[in-house]
Design a protein around this ligand. Sequence first.
Ligand code: SAH
Length: 394
Amino acid sequence: MKSLHLKAGRDKSVKRRHPWIFSGAVERVDGSPGTGESVLVKAAGQPVAIAAWSPKSQISARVWSFDAAARIEKSFFESTLRKAIQLRKSLPAFQHSNALRLVHGESDGLPGLIVDRYADVLVAQFLSAGPEHWREVILDALAAETGCEAIYERSDAEVRSLEGLEARVGFVRGNREAKRCPIVEHGLQFRVDVAAGQKTGFFLDQRENRQRVRALAAGREVLDAFCYTGGFAVAALAGGAQHVLAVDSSAAALEVAKENLAANTLDTSKMSFEEADVFAYQRLLREQGRSFDLVILDPPKFAPTAAQVKNAARAYKDINLMALKLLRPGGLLATFSCSGGVSVELFQSIVAGAAADAGVDAKIIERFGAAADHPVALSFPEGDYLKGLLLVRA
Ligand code: SAH
């Protein structure tokens, strides 16, 4: 078998079962493997893992198995996918929603593969050379294991370019007209635009956090900043909010948010939408003397990697500072960061800095993470990207 030899002293990460092998750790590769082909990883001449070769990426290989004798073939993908799907079926969320993340990349043993289920449609992202190489096998196995006839491919994420892969989108199984999938989450109806929506169309990682917000919203005047298709906004209204102001800079997202509001039996007069930049709009609200009892801040990834952390920290501080100023005494702020480059500790210290600068006293009363269908392998802490705090203003 073609093989990848690690440099002397560069086997610590693989021994800790971290799935990424960086180019700097590679001594040499024997046998000229093709992109995505399996290579036997060797440390000091001893086989330690089997990985997918990705010559164009800084992550030269991603481990499929730490059992060097494993065979990476159809049955490997079938059994790994089956295990991932079994886990989801055992989760409480399975009883409350027909939309779940079935495969969460590295943490499900399938580096570079994301699969979300929206009712009877699957949305798959092939984000690195390994899954790209096994794409047809994976698609067949997904159809067989889930019984879903329609699979939409959303291989249009930025990261594919780092792997030297072109973007690819469209139905790859079960050609369908409709690209909006109706789903149910904790009894609430949502429409997911699998073709034009962000990521795979919906932020499933926030499911349980939306449910928490719903439980806290009764009687409150709510600001949902960065509302996307209205996940938190609809949940807050369903929880008895007095009024919800939902803000996003994307007109397309707001259009779906309005459909989502209409799809539920809610008093539509209690929600208003604003197409605006949250940074400027929060200032405007402040100038207008507006205030709220509950603010949700769920911005996009300001720092995908550690390199962008400094600018991201400034952006997080700014929106949190303004949000705290907009809160009435006793008001709640649910604030999130999905930046891989920003740790929980850093996020908390940024928010603390924002409160200090705003001259506001606030306490943490709850911490948030991603829903359980987004597991984090202990050997892959990078998978722990979503963090959030629930604060109460004194
Ligand atoms: N809370 C949402 C997900 C938010 S995703 C949910 O639960 O579904 C982040 C959103 O921020 C996207 O919809 C994007 O359009 C929006 N966005 C990005 N930059 C923005 C800005 N400066 N002002 C307003 N919205 C912005």
